[in-house]
Design a protein around this ligand. Sequence first.
Ligand SMILES: NC(=O)c1ccc[n+]([C@@H]2O[C@H](COP(=O)([O-])OP(=O)(O)OC[C@H]3O[C@@H](n4cnc5c(N)ncnc54)[C@H](OP(=O)(O)O)[C@@H]3O)[C@@H](O)[C@H]2O)c1
Length: 331
Amino acid sequence: MNRAVILASRPAGIAQAENFAIVESDSKPLAEGQIRIRNEYLSVEPAMRGWIADVGNYSEPVAIGSVMRALAVGQVIESRTGDYQQGEWLIGWFGWQDEAVVDPATIVRRIIEKDLPRSLALGILGINGVTAHLALTKIGKPEPGDTVLVSTASGAVGSAVGQIAKVLGCTTIGITGGPEKVAQCIERFGYDDAVDYKAAGLEDAIAAACPNGVNVYFDNVAGQISDAVYPQLALNARVVICGTASFPTWDPWPIGPRVERHLLVKRARMEGFVIFDHMANYESSVARLADWVRSGQLQYAEDILDGMEACPDALAGLYRGENKGKRIIKL
Ligand SMILES: NC(=O)c1ccc[n+]([C@@H]2O[C@H](COP(=O)([O-])OP(=O)(O)OC[C@H]3O[C@@H](n4cnc5c(N)ncnc54)[C@H](OP(=O)(O)O)[C@@H]3O)[C@@H](O)[C@H]2O)c1
């Protein structure tokens, strides 16, 4: 039998546990050209909210009743293709389930870093780390001495952005929720300073932490937190739009203060980034990130939940800010 988490209903706003269901079915037979994977780790991404919504996203919504779309780390247990052999460890779009019968097109890459934990392929050596690295360097274009400000600074993407910016010679400032995460930013991820957006006076706190202005704002949240950042942009600032985690809903479409005047006066640039446009650079980015992990320049934190039963509430938990690192389910 195969256990899987399916999307049971389409959420309004952030998906809650009741929007998912765990179902059992017979294992599928393997057709020519397919591979059977046994999943070991399942990823939980804030972006899943977009993948199951039917408005304003960059991919087709997951259909009601189908297995929840997810990246996973798994081992080939049966193969009817010459390209992948039994026993190989892969990361790919294998879904929230025990076992996946897939075409090779769903595979993202082989896990070749045998000296590092396999779970990292979903975090610092996965789309979180690669997004941090490529979005920061391609859009943020940090120069040594720049001030780089990062929202969701202690999370999977944000913690990597802060540390990579530090490696590149920047001053790094984090924005995160609560004193514990502020301490994690400074003590574990080496930020020069961090501010708590849940405390009063966010705009003043950002101004105090960035006395020369913000050269690169790596934004994962949008909304009111970003509204407090824009007045602090430095001349020729770059704003990387990577996520919109603070928007409670996209229907009605969120409205707020206008950014155009800040961009005009500061001759600043704002650009969106979606990792799936950059897969050609994925392998080389993972190699660079793995070297930084091995040398100790890149620290990571994982938030590992146990068993498939944890899946339905895991996404809502990210939006409650419960995770202290990359959220993963271990089967
Ligand atoms: N564009 C891309 O290609 C791409 C790829 C990967 C990820 N992302 C984006 O990167 C961001 C971070 O993803 P991640 O996987 O690294 O997750 P993460 O930061 O490990 O976890 C999500 C964090 O978001 C913060 N958060 C949740 N609700 C919030 C709210 N209402 N206001 C402010 N902060 C809130 C929480 O941190 P606090 O406790 O600090 O609030 C929570 O821990 C997300 O926006 C995600 O969609 C984009």
